[in-house]
Design a protein around this ligand. Sequence first.
Ligand code: M6R
Length: 636
Amino acid sequence: MCGIFGAVTRKGDVTPAILAGLALLEYRGYDSAGVAVFTERGVEKRRRVGKLEVLREALHREGFGGPALIGVGHTRWATHGGVTEENAHPHSDSSGDLVLVHNGIIENYLDLKRELAAKGHIFRSATDSEVLAHAIEEQLARMEAPAKESGTKTAGDETALERAVRATMREARGTYAIVVLHRRFPDRILVARQDSPVVIGIGPDVHGNPASFVASDVPALLAHTRKVYYLRDGEVATLTADRVTVRRLDGELVPFAPLEIRWDAAAADRRGYPHYMLKEIEEQPDAVAQTSFDRLDDDRGDVRFEDFALGDERLRAIRRVQIVACGTSLHAGLVGKFYLEHLAGLPTECDYASEFRYRSPIPSGDVLAVGISQSGETMDTLKALGEARTRGASVLGICNVRGSSIPRMSDAVLYTHAGPEIGVASTKAFTCQLVALYLLAVRLGRARGHLSQEQGREAIRALRVLRPRLDPLFSDDARENVHRIAKRFAGARDFLFLGRGINYPIALEGALKLKEISYIHAEGYPAGEMKHGPIAMIDATLPVVVIATQGRDREKTLNQLEQVKARGGQVILVANPGDPEAERLADEVIEVPATTDELAPIVNVIPLQRLAYEIAVMRGLSPDSPRNLAKSVTVE
Ligand code: M6R
């Protein structure tokens, strides 16, 4: 939702590092940005509405009054309070000595604000975050009242500031990753977490200087260090240049066990593509292979998952699967329902995570709750999985980001190896989610005896040959064809996407991609439902994308297509090469390679992602950072 980057060192200037870190986190939120540092002049703060670039230019014009050994920055995605400079982070307390940045939502902020206002605190913003700055100030005054603290202490020592932060966060209700700095304690950064991601980078930095860092996400740390610690819920860390100490909210020391990050920061780079989204679309053949190949056991017609906590016995005891997810990940779940029912013989439900919690799901110990999430941080999905667990289900997370919150709360994890996905519109993560669900269904099917060895082998063979089958989608002809179709329809006001059966979720996904990055109103519909309402919208101005590749549902889908044609609709048909009906029925054809019914969604979605991308670019929009959206949605 918001991006946080902070640093403390004993040499140099942290401001450039903060700006560079924020640039890598801008995908998390980008309606305003701010930085606060301590220089010889004292606490200096700059905030600007707009993208990070606006802040960068402001700092270029009117920089800080010298180098800073400590500082913190933030990119915001507004929740409480409009997009204004006053509401941008960092926020300060009444004295201006304390600065704080926050990601998340403080649910009881109005109560806290009322109490603080009664004590004379004056608030300058409409945010829940500023309330925390004042609440810590109040606690600090209380802690220091008996014996005035002198300020700085030996690095790593407890100060009144740690105690004040812990006392405040014990009273705060909601979700947060906060970073706190105080002018009288200038050697330390305090970090606290509840349900919002935050990672600590442990020095020395790559130049050998003592330094510590904090960020919302690992890629922002990799230019400085590969040694990280994922702060856990209910923990508060003190970072000095030489040392990191972690305590629980009650003050108890936590054994500190950092991890070594092995993946490369360059993997998160755009590699020459004009946009991350295009790069990520093009990376899909590799991503699909990375997610599947090492896991395929061709001989046994089965799948092996690394470090998978659910053995055959547990898998055999499952009677039902409950998928929860949001957005694109939900569409993957809808395809997964077909996989699990067909390949594993398991009744499967798939719910919007945000709805699941509020519909009294039936408690049961033999349910496998599967949470699908690229980021692993989506609050609705996290909460829905928590609810499923409370009701007795085992929890399996399908995630792309290692060590994120969903994997950490799950009984078992299946990682999609898509690599970092930076574009806000999910593309390669989606196709990898489909692969992961397919593998899961085969594993369950084999463990439960629903699939014979031969059937398992067949399913695996189909996946093994998928990668080269994807090649035609990335040929110059295919790219040009989609580009031409995009040009023809870029001015449309609405779009309709139709699909049946396993391709219905692909119609939903095609529509979601288009609306989120091109702002064209688009609807995905089951082809058979069209005659029950949306048919009324069809006229010569409405482009209708129909997914009708080979398979069980093709004929029926073509019947619905005839109905669109009869009413003058403009048909863009997604079909396999050589389809005899394509010429007759379609205004435009997008050819996709043939594969099995189950794997067709992975193939069919790729040109729809490209179509959305091309249209967004033609409309002069930035596909990587569509308005109002954030890459990971860590609020309910
Ligand atoms: O990180 P997650 O997969 O949990 O995110 C879920 C949705 O927020 C996400 O898929 C969203 O719909 C994307 N913008 C889709 O492109």
